[in-house]
Design a protein around this ligand. Sequence first.
Ligand SMILES: [Zn+2]
Length: 308
Amino acid sequence: MSEFSIGIDLGGTNLRAAVVSREGQILDRHTALTSISQGRDAVIDAMVGAIRTLRDRQTGRFAGVGIGVPGFIHLEKGYIFNSNNLVPLENFPLRDEIEKRLGAPVILENDANAAALGEKWMGAGRDVRHFILLTLGTGIGGGIIHHGRVLHGEIGMAAELGHITVVPNGLPCGCGNVGCVEKHASATAIAAMGRLHGLGENITAKGVYELAVAGNDRAHMIFEHMGRSLGIAIANLVNIFNFPLHLLSGGPLPAWEFFAPYMFEEVKRRSYTFRHTDTRIEKAALGDLAGLYGAAYLPFLSQELGSR
Ligand SMILES: [Zn+2]
């Protein structure tokens, strides 16, 4: 009998859900508003509703649900520790509550970890045992895949790679540090630097990219700074892990030609390992579907591990 799972990518404004077969084929999809302002129950209702709708349209065996969440996860307890966008869900036994309502296994995971797992299962990391994914968005998320599995650390908070310091006295970050790479190389950071350098009060990262294409010097300078910041962070990762592959995903990727040369320059300068090994830094393959694939893979992975 065919088997399927449901992956959920839970964001601050909407949730995306997909039915994925054991073979990794997306069979069905559903999107719903997260309506976080209406409180915890409204979000949980929306999630459970989406899962039931999708489940009832399938005939195969239901393996369970994986949920990718932006924030710090306490894996063992199954709740969200801290999340900028989903505050009403914090410190609440989210996994157990949804399991109870569905009568099916539920697994929570950090969204960037889920995206890395998705790239491992069906994307650019398929043939690699160890790699790192950096997602460049509002912030920078990180996922570390080691021996084909997510590296979690003690309670599930490892791979907060967006908070690697790249500028000792740089821009303040919500985490309490200054000069975190996500403050210097995320999409939000590109837009903020655009404003700072007089490219317009409402400039977006895409707007800065378009100016770079048109030959604007300040836009080029911003991508140079972004590329160097990213390169410093990646050099640290190469030096620590000696992994063969580092993947980048997210909105700023079309600007690759503007930032990547500086990124590679910094990684070369700062990493002996990079200079002397075959270490790749490449674009991820699945785009914004990576998190859905990874979330959907969680129940299958849990079965595999459980049956050993
Ligand atoms: Zn930070």
